[in-house]
Design a protein around this ligand. Structure first.
Ligand SMILES: [Zn+2]
Length: 431
């Protein structure tokens, strides 16, 4: 099978390329890059007036399968991924049951293969059932396909358990990913603690709830000499702590979500749960610090924290509605909205090069011999209509907004899986 991406502006920071180039993919791998390539028997993907990049990797996605398939399935979640320009996603372990055994992880991998869309990299649990007590079997989970470990959705409460886990997994290259929220400091909060929560009479979670766990986990990372990644950073202090840890030689990376880059905590006036998320949307001081952190290089990756729920679930009272919303299909546009001056090479680093490197997975470049995973995107404004999402989760605070950038086509292993607004599962996969 030959696929030719033709006429686009190739932005590949690893190769130092930013120029009009065609990319030829044969049998799943890049075989040639050049001007005006013309093999006679290739499937042509027209990339004229668009940007061609190594496939985007979203390192923080909730696919909800097994156990919560009314919210999302691996098939609908990966359809949302490719429609949003993502060739690969890392899926978090807070499924039911949790991704804490090799058998469950193998089943996720099998169902992802059957869906035939984005690559799916499971993230295994740090503790059994994410209960914060017994360690999960990291070596078996890594053998089954896990590329990282996390108890995402919550944090192990007991620092002794986390330290033990980090030391036990220290010899594995797989990174630990922290969801940083102190459950006691957070309490029953539904939003950020600040002027807005006081005005509305709602329980707020202080930034401190995040900061103390970031500090704790960075100190444990240093103690265990374990590579660590901080998920969905939302405060200025978290970024300062990460800078401090790096200055001390701690191997730490971090990500930020589209919603924390765009919104602040002024979205609860109608007491609706559309914008309820963990960690909560913060004030403008934190939001501006996150934008600066992307520009100055403190933040390594952009990740959606795609967390789909049913509309009926999100329509419940603010106090009981679940946290999170769909992110995959708006992310590329939302990042461009939040970071208008960001150079394209840096945009590609944050969405492809760095997440692939942090997870230790193939991709991040279209150099000859690399996987034929390609994201084609364009600066064409469009208006979000969540009713048209491929995700089962049709809730997003971006609904109705006009975003400046969008994915045009997505190629995985040389197969065109999204083009002209349509999702196209690979035909050569066995269901
Ligand atoms: Zn999380």
């Amino acid at each position: 099978m030959k696929t030719l991406v033709k006429g686009g502006r190739l932005v590949d920071p690893v190769q130092g390329i930013d120029a009009l180039r065609d990319v030829l993919i044969e049998n799943g791998f890049v075989t040639r890059i050049g001007e005006h390539l013309d093999p006679d028997d290739a499937r042509i993907v027209d990339a004229a007036h668009a940007i061609v990049a190594p496939g985007f990797v979203d390192m923080h996605v909730h696919l909800r399968e097994p156990g919560q398939t009314h919210k999302e399935t691996i098939a609908t979640g990966t359809a949302a991924a490719v429609a949003g320009g993502f060739a690969a996603v890392a899926c978090m372990p807070n499924t039911e049951p949790a991704l804490d055994s090799a058998a469950i992880v193998s089943e996720v991998v099998r169902r992802a293969d059957a869906a035939g869309l984005a690559r799916v990299y499971p993230v295994g649990a740090i503790t059994r059932a994410r209960a914060g007590r017994e360690l999960a079997p990291y070596h078996l989970l890594a053998d089954a396909g896990c590329v990282a470990f996390s108890d995402d959705g919550s944090t192990p409460r007991d620092a002794r358990v986390l330290r033990h886990a980090a030391r036990y997994a220290a010899d594995l290259p797989t990174v630990f990913i922290s969801h940083c929220e102190d459950p006691d400091l957070k309490g029953d909060a539904v939003m950020n603690e600040g002027a807005a929560s006081v005005r509305l009479g709602l329980d707020g979670a202080p930034g401190l709830a995040e900061d103390v766990i970031v500090a704790r986990d960075l100190l444990i990372a240093a103690d265990a000499e374990k590579a660590w990644h901080i998920a969905h950073v939302s405060t200025a202090t978290s970024l300062d702590l990460i800078r401090w840890a790096r200055s001390r030689g701690v191997q730490v990376t971090c990500e930020v979500t589209p919603h924390h880059l765009v919104f602040v905590d002024d979205r609860f006036d109608d007491y609706r749960a559309d914008s309820k998320v963990n960690p909560p949307l913060r004030g403008s001081h934190d939001r501006d610090a996150l934008r600066a952190g992307v520009l100055d290089g403190t933040i390594d990756a952009l990740a959606t924290d795609h967390a789909p729920h049913g509309l009926d679930e999100k329509a419940q009272l603010l106090s009981v509605a679940p946290v999170g919303f769909s992110g995959l299909e708006v992310a590329v546009g939302a990042y461009a909205l939040a970071l208008p001056g960001l150079p394209l090479a840096r945009f590609v680093e944050l969405l492809s090069v760095n997440p692939a490197r942090i997870l230790g997975v193939p991709g991040g470049t279209l150099g000859v011999g690399s996987p034929g995973d390609v994201t084609i995107f364009a600066d064409r404004p469009w208006t979000v209509d969540a009713r048209l999402f491929r995700s089962k989760g049709r809730n997003t605070p971006f609904d109705g907004m006009t975003l400046p950038r969008r994915a045009v086509a997505t190629i995985v292993e040389g197969a065109v899986v999204f083009e002209h607004g349509r999702v196209l599962p690979r035909e050569d996969v066995t269901a």
